[in-house]
Design a protein around this ligand. Sequence first.
Ligand SMILES: NC(=O)c1ccc[n+]([C@@H]2O[C@H](COP(=O)([O-])OP(=O)(O)OC[C@H]3O[C@@H](n4cnc5c(N)ncnc54)[C@H](OP(=O)(O)O)[C@@H]3O)[C@@H](O)[C@H]2O)c1
Length: 250
Amino acid sequence: MGKLTNKTAFITGGTSGIGLATAQDFINEGARVIITGRHSETLNQTVASLGPNAFSIACDNGKMSDILQLPERIKAITPALDIVFANAGYGRFAPVGGVTEAMFDELFNVLVKGTFFTVQQLLPLLREGSSIIFNTSVVTAYGSQNASIYSAAKAAVQSLTKNLAADLTAQKIRVNSVSPGYTETDIFNKTGFTAEQITGAKDYITPLLPYKRFGTAMEVAKAVSFLASDDASYIHGAEIVVDGGYSVIR
Ligand SMILES: NC(=O)c1ccc[n+]([C@@H]2O[C@H](COP(=O)([O-])OP(=O)(O)OC[C@H]3O[C@@H](n4cnc5c(N)ncnc54)[C@H](OP(=O)(O)O)[C@@H]3O)[C@@H](O)[C@H]2O)c1
């Protein structure tokens, strides 16, 4: 028996990277999984690769009209949920003088507003004993160049972790987050930087990492599966950092 047997999970942004690895691990642990993403074709391909315990709903985390439809669309698949992994997101990076209002609004809309209202809308579907996991980021632990708005948005999600934990204790819903360090996913290819800039950044960062390598999406997924499972029954309002020690070792 897997540690998520008989549980049904909802993962935002499950078509690649950390969300996809988590969907794979949840299914390996016995769960049924509903994933979201913005593109139906990608979702269909991903569900086909995940197998019969995977389902999908197209939903843009930055669009309230999509988010408000989620409860009805989930009910067409399952009457209730046990796990929510609020993971969907991406980064936009610029020095402080280069940040535009549009970039600010876009990141806070997708990473903070969409994440909050997704969880709010799903609350009536969550069984007693459910687990909510947010995806923050290790960038919140220190200052880094060009990351002011991405980091501020993720810090807001850190705050949601603690405050929703307080609000949902009475409903016996646990709320935690996972804070990934540098993790090998598609996120870097979607930043708007050139391939050369991305390679340059990775070459600069890798020697600074304690293990001299990026983490894998599955290494983050394993922490999410733990938080989702009853093994984490006394972990509430916490953040597990999965960064190979980067934020604490110098
Ligand atoms: N990789 C890292 O180093 C790292 C470190 C710390 C935190 N994180 C966080 O981890 C999360 C996942 O990122 P990743 O690294 O796994 O990147 P990824 O491989 O690019 O995956 C991002 C996922 O989110 C989905 N997504 C993006 N924008 C969306 C939107 N508006 N609505 C719905 N789905 C959306 C993407 O699906 P579609 O494109 O198909 O819509 C995709 O499934 C993000 O919140 C990111 O900030 C990543």
